[in-house]
Write a protein that binds this ligand. Structure first.
Ligand code: 5GP
Length: 197
């Protein structure tokens, strides 16, 4: 049975460094109706990451098999040679549990999910206050080489050009305000599905 047409989805997307993951964590702690959608990924697990919790880590051969089976709602090569995707069965697992999946995915992937599930998808584009501020944040993380910093910034500028494709925009000037604003917006969306919220 295709249950997807009527089912709600919440997506958070952003250029990297805009703070979307912190906002997603904040919402997951406060809204019991939400459930994190665990993506498939071909990159190595980082220290502290758990398979089946942070990602379904898998070799490229397995990922390709799922592509051929049309098992993904969307997938992207987010970084050179590194593939990420949302499995349809992950969305179905969450819907079957009576919850709403929250996707933390890149901009192109978010547009693809919206196109496939246009009726009940609530998508939030998290925007850094400015590209200059994004540069400061990425620099202060200290994880970038000068080249990778420039690559990320030019990717961010490209991704910013898609901001009007989403249901709403949250500017992350202050993280606590951005979290509060996202909570109000997502709760209002969920109200149609859970009137008690
Ligand atoms: P990281 O490797 O730092 O965990 O994630 C890198 C990027 O991949 C992040 O922007 C994250 O949102 C994005 N991402 C994670 N899962 C998915 C997915 O299933 N599909 C797409 N398109 N992007 C994803």
């Amino acid at each position: 049975m295709d249950m997807s047409a009527q089912q709600p989805i919440v997506i958070f997307t952003a250029p990297s460094g805009a703070g979307k993951t912190s906002i997603v964590r904040y919402l997951l702690e406060r809204v019991p109706q939400l459930c994190f959608s665990i993506s498939a990924a071909t990159r190595q697990a980082r220290k502290g990451e758990v398979n089946g919790k942070d990602y379904y880590f898998m070799p490229m051969s397995e990922f390709q098999h799922y592509i051929q089976e049309n098992a993904f709602a969307e997938w992207e090569m987010v970084y050179e040679g590194k593939y990420y995707g949302t499995l349809r069965r992950e969305l179905e697992r969450i819907w079957t549990a009576g919850k709403v999946p929250v996707l933390d995915i890149d901009v192109k992937g978010a547009i693809h999910v919206q196109q496939q599930y246009p009726q009940h998808t609530f998508s939030v584009f998290v925007k850094p206050p400015s590209v200059a501020e994004l540069r400061n944040r990425l620099e202060s993380r200290g994880s970038e080489t000068p080249e990778s910093l420039e690559t990320r910034l030019s990717k961010a500028e490209y991704e910013l050009s898609f901001q009007d494709h989403f249901t709403t925009i949250v500017v992350n000037q202050s993280l606590s305000q951005a979290c509060a604003e996202a909570l109000v917006k997502v709760t209002a969306f969920l109200h149609a599905f859970y009137p008690q919220i």
